[in-house]
Design a protein around this ligand. Structure first.
Ligand code: FAD
Ligand code: DLZ
Ligand code: SF4
Length: 523
């Protein structure tokens, strides 16, 4: 009685829970399907990455003696959805049972729940133990807490895993060293990411995506595609991070520099999310670097917090609050996403143009670009929550809804009314000027708020605060900001509002914030 295990495109781990249940005679099914490639218009690099990593993983399973059925996208028999491929293979092979590690996205969980009801044999869905915190443990954490906060969760995980602990105490005597992590970058050189030649599998996939998915966003060619597609490459990326980047990771975690796309960030999110790396091994490697005196505590603690703190926390929130979570829009944001989010040449704002260029060329932007540039703009301009979430899910090589949605809807857009963040991450151009060198080469004046050339982040920020001030007054963390707003004169407030209105009207009618020179003389 042969059983079949369906392995999804982000389940590429040799220790995957469902694979542990298999007997030698059982079979693994992996399918490249149109429905997954197009449920949002993923960046071309993301699709190439997932397909190449899937093909490499299938080869590794075969090399380890597993029997694998692999259905490529172009197979004429391919029915192009995950569930219909299960049904097709059940009809042709009459398996006695199906196994699946639970999918990472709610829509797929719902689809497989439906399939269970119609499949003639059992479909066993097993827990995904590639995360440190189980759903039950996360529910236990939430229980009785009115305002769950990541920092409390993070401390619990430090204690339960023993990561960066000396007995019962945090290493270095503090849980969090973030106050040391806010430096703007000086003139120092930043390391280039490691490179490896593309193999024939990746080359074939790049060709496939470039011929079949021409209308998807982003640049994809051999020169700019450098994501790890197997565990060996993922370990090289991790090793490069630990030796060349981690020592400066903390200091410059929030910095942004023109033309420097990755700074000291780790570039491991794609590998973690695909299953090529394990969160604990990554944290252990960082801790070891600290214990060997290779990296300072502020860097190591800051990095580990991202993995066992934020990454686990957002996954816990996603499953605890879905499916209602995706419909939330507590600030009633509905302004259509400007066209320049898809084409940076349409904006004169250097900060946005840099973040969007990085995104288009590399399917990547680091956290502060995502949160404080594109996310902050979308928040203060009041962009449609649905459109912004779809944009983030489409454009990044590491994007899966379980991690993208809480970060976008919750952290960046404050649309969940404070479940994820205790206050909105809204900021004026002053923050971007402090943390980057962007403003020096921008056509807009970062120190101005109401003039024609004023930085749009400034008037949109104050306009946003004016619009939502009644809601925010009950939040003690917003009190100081609102006191500043209260000091503004009526004419100043009116000027800000009218700049924001002009800006929106211009972007709506032209797709761009840039004033055409013919119009400029009329203003
Ligand atoms: P580093 O800065 O080196 O951080 C190390 C690791 O910590 C990352 O690889 C990642 O696994 C983890 N991490 C850091 N911050 C977070 C976070 N807030 N949530 C979850 N994990 C975190 N991350 C994704 O993996 N997929 C997404 O779709 C995604 N969407 C985001 C959308 C928005 C609006 C924001 C603000 C953040 C988003 N993030 C997402 C989190 C974070 O920006 C990326 O994980 C990070 O930029 C990836 O680059 P890196 O590997 O160089 O990370
Ligand atoms: C992201 C993705 C893409 C683009 N394609 C496939 C695919 O063809 N086959 C597959 O099994 N998985 C794919 N994936 C990953 C799934 O979308 C992923 O499993 C869900 O998003 C759950 O996290
Ligand atoms: Fe961005 Fe404003 Fe600075 Fe220009 S001046 S780069 S728009 S923050």
């Amino acid at each position: 009685m042969t059983r079949c295990c369906l392995v999804l495109g982000d389940q590429l781990s040799d220790r995957l829970s469902s694979l542990n249940y298999l007997e030698p005679e059982d079979v693994v099914l992996m399918v490249e399907v149109w429905s997954e490639a197009s449920y949002v218009k993923h960046h071309k690099q993301k699709i190439a990455l997932v397909f190449s990593a899937m093909r490499h993983f299938a080869d590794e399973l075969r090399a380890n003696g597993r029997s694998v059925i692999y259905v490529p996208l172009t197979d004429p028999e391919n029915t192009q959805s995950l569930t219909s491929e299960v049904e097709r293979h059940q009809r042709s092979h009459h398996f006695s049972e199906w196994l699946l590690t639970e999918p990472g996205e709610w829509r797929l969980k719902a689809a497989f729940d439906e399939l269970k009801a119609t499949l003639p044999v059992p479909l066993q869905v097993v827990h995904d133990d590639r995360f440190i915190c189980s759903y039950d443990d996360f529910q236990a954490f939430l229980k009785g807490r009115k305002q769950p906060r990541m920092e409390h969760f993070y401390r619990k995980i430090r204690q339960s895993t023993g990561i960066l602990m000396d007995g019962g105490d945090p290493v270095g005597g503090q849980w969090n060293f973030d106050h040391d992590n806010r430096k703007a970058l000086d003139q120092r050189a930043t390391p280039n990411p490691p490179q490896w030649p593309l193999d024939s599998i990746t080359e074939a996939v790049i060709e496939l995506v470039n011929t079949r998915l021409t209308d998807h966003f982003g640049v994809l060619d051999g020169a700019n595609f450098q994501w790890p597609v197997n565990r060996e490459q993922a370990l090289l990326m991790l090793d490069h991070f630990i030796t060349a980047r981690l020592p400066s990771f903390g200091d410059f975690q929030d910095a942004m520099v023109l033309g420097k796309d990755t700074l000291f960030h780790s570039l491991i999110s794609t590998s973690l999310n695909l299953g090529l790396l394990r969160p604990m091994e990554v944290c252990q490697a960082a801790e070891e670097a600290y214990r060997q005196g290779h990296a300072p505590i502020n860097a190591v603690e800051g990095f580990i917090r991202q993995i066992i703190g934020w990454r686990e926390y957002v996954r816990g929130l996603y499953w605890a609050y879905m499916p209602d979570y995706q419909t939330r829009n507590s600030l009633n944001a509905s302004w259509p996403l400007p066209a320049f989010f898809w084409d940076e040449s349409k904006t004169g704002m250097v900060c946005l143009s840099e973040a969007i260029r990085n995104t288009r060329e590399n399917a990547y932007a680091h956290h502060i670009q995502r949160l404080m540039v594109t996310g902050n703009f979308a928040l203060i301009a009041g962009c449609s929550v649905t459109e912004v979430c779809e944009w983030y899910l489409s454009v990044y090589a590491d994007a899966y809804e379980w991690v993208e949605l809480p970060n976008t809807l919750g952290m960046a857009l404050f649309a969940d009314d404070g479940v994820m963040a205790s206050k909105p991450y809204c900021a004026s151009g002053k923050y971007i000027d402090r943390m980057s060198d962007y403003c020096k080469s921008c056509r807009y004046q970062v120190k101005e708020t109401e003039t024609q050339n004023a930085c749009p982040f400034n008037y949109l920020y104050w306009d946003f605060l004016m619009t939502h001030q009644e809601r925010f007054r009950s939040n003690p963390r917003m009190a100081m900001i609102l006191r500043n707003l209260d000091r503004f004169s009526e004419p100043k407030l009116a000027a800000i509002r009218s700049r924001a209105m002009e800006f929106r009207a211009r972007v709506e009618s032209t797709g761009s914030d840039v004033i055409a020179s013919s119009q400029e003389s009329l203003l």
